[in-house]
Design a protein around this ligand. Structure first.
Ligand SMILES: *Cc1c(COP(=O)(O)O)cnc(C)c1O
Length: 480
């Protein structure tokens, strides 16, 4: 493919882009329970206008664009008080939850290098339900993630298991409020107390729950202390591009004090170019996400968020109760906010997900891992709340339909094949055969995903990851 020989008109360019969306997830219907956080057209419009207005400003140098510095400091200030941080708290605006988490892990690593130079192979303790971003951060930064079991009833982190996993190499404990997969709050008080007692750092991942939990508490939900009000919590992440409804590319990482945040900032003075001092991973960065987030916080406002949270909380409770009334389904854990996951002991959740797709919904299947069975996840949005009754009716019908579908024979075959491979080095060729078995020869995913999910669900996690890398390595192939 080549750069077009001649420039085209604005209309034809923009029209082409619009056309490309035909096969995208139809999130505006309010029938998608993942991916897009939607508070309605008005909020979206304000956010987009502000984003476009600041698109070209460069966050590389906040002294050249004091407006961006002001927006960032104000947003960080709002999030700090939202999460009960004291006057010493500081933070930065980042491109997303993953970057916030990476920076928190980097700060912990470099803090430990200074405070504990004897630690050569730093470790962080990761409950099985903690977000994959921590493992990714560990992979990038050379901090070993030590996985620990969670309570299989509540799906909350188990402070006893965390305590038992602490070694002389431990630098950081991690807890979630709420966890993404099951939407539950870990016992933050106990985990943070443990960190304080051992002189360790403690990060609370509030990427998805941090913004809404203070509102749920004001609405009377039993939300335990989960933020900087808890002694021992040293850093937190909170995403604005989730339930603050900002455009994607908006999150905040917060620290109890500058003393810890100091380790996040990178400066380079050994090259021939302009001065480099980067608090975050990106260097040149658009002011768009920052302005979009600031605008939407001001447009919706505290009263607006409280009302949106009331709708989401009520809808989640109705969904949870409705799911428990459907024969064959059970909640994987009692949810603490507006996210939930359900499982089945008798029907394939992957077939249920396909049946829901047939009926115009998008739900998110999650593979079984450790204490968690295979589940279907729902992230509840304001735009979903009008659909609860219809959703539950279609879910009941989908369970009935899925019950009649036989489990894919591939999963059983794969299980046998994989067990015969124990100890054998997995080659690219074997992965290719595995993907071909489920019809994944080219890049298009089939409409019914159950055979693929069922296969992935039974193969060991290392093999899952290898297959995913192989798949992505093919997916991102430019047209020739
Ligand atoms: C979404 C999420 C993340 C990762 O955030 P991204 O914005 O997708 O990078 C981390 N932790 C939790 C709990 C999340 O829900």
């Amino acid at each position: 493919m080549r750069i077009p020989a001649r420039g085209a008109g604005q209309e034809s360019v923009l029209g082409a882009l619009e056309g490309f969306r035909a096969d995208d997830l139809k999130w505006r219907t309010g029938k998608a329970w993942a991916y897009v956080f939607d508070a309605g057209r008005e909020a979206e419009e304000v956010c987009k206008k502000a984003y476009a207005a600041y698109l070209s400003e460069n966050g590389l140098d906040p002294t050249a664009f004091p407006s961006l510095l002001r927006l960032e400091n104000e947003i960080v200030g709002m999030m700090a008080s939202h999460l009960n941080a004291g006057p010493e708290a500081v933070g930065n605006f980042t491109s997303g939850g993953t970057e916030s988490i990476m920076l928190a892990v980097k700060s912990a690593r470099d803090w430990a290098r200074e405070k504990h130079p004897e630690i050569r192979e730093p470790e962080m303790i990761l409950p099985h339900t903690s977000h994959a971003a921590f493992q990714k951060a560990g992979h990038y930064l050379g901090v070993r993630g030590v996985p620990v079991a969670v309570d299989s009833e509540t799906m909350r982190a188990d402070p006893g298991a965390v305590r038992a996993a602490i070694t002389p190499n431990t630098i950081l404990l991690v807890a979630s409020a709420t966890s993404y997969a099951h939407g539950v709050i870990d016992p933050i008080g106990e985990i943070a107390a443990l960190a304080a007692e051992r002189g360790l750092l403690c990060h609370v991942d509030g990427c998805i729950g941090g913004f809404v939990l203070p509102y749920f508490r004001r609405l009377g939900a039993p939300i335990p202390d989960f933020d900087f009000a808890v002694r021992g919590v040293t850093s937190m992440s909170i995403d604005l591009h989730k339930y603050a409804f900002a455009a994607k590319g908006a999150s905040v990482v917060l620290y109890r004090s500058k003393e810890l945040r100091r380790h996040q900032i990178y400066a380079c003075s050994t090259w021939t170019g302009y001065t480099i001092v980067n608090p975050t991973v990106q260097s040149t960065k658009s002011g768009g996400p920052l302005a979009g987030a600031w605008a939407v916080l001001h447009f919706i406002g505290d009263d607006g968020y409280l009302e949106l949270c009331r709708r989401m909380l009520e809808a989640t409770r109705e969904l949870a109760a409705g799911i428990e009334r459907i024969d064959g389904l059970r909640l994987a854990a009692q949810p603490d906010g507006n996210l939930l996951a359900f499982a089945s002991d008798t029907v394939s959740v992957f077939h249920i997900a396909d049946e829901m797709t047939e009926r115009g919904w998008h739900v998110q299947p999650q593979l079984a891992f450790a204490e968690s069975p295979a589940t279907i996840h729902l992230s509840v949005n304001p735009s979903n709340t009008a659909w609860v009754r219809e959703f539950l009716e279609d879910l009941r019908a989908s369970v009935a339909a899925a019950r009649l579908l036989p489990p894919s024979p591939l999963a059983a075959m794969a299980k046998t094949a994989v067990s015969s491979l124990a100890g054998v080095e997995i080659s690219e060729q074997m992965i290719e055969q595995l993907l071909a078995m489920v019809g994944l020869r080219d890049r298009a995913l089939p409409k019914r995903m159950a055979p693929i999910h069922e296969l992935m669900n039974v193969i060991p996690p290392e093999l899952r990851s290898k297959a995913l890398i192989h798949f992505a390595n093919g997916l991102f192939t430019p047209p020739r």
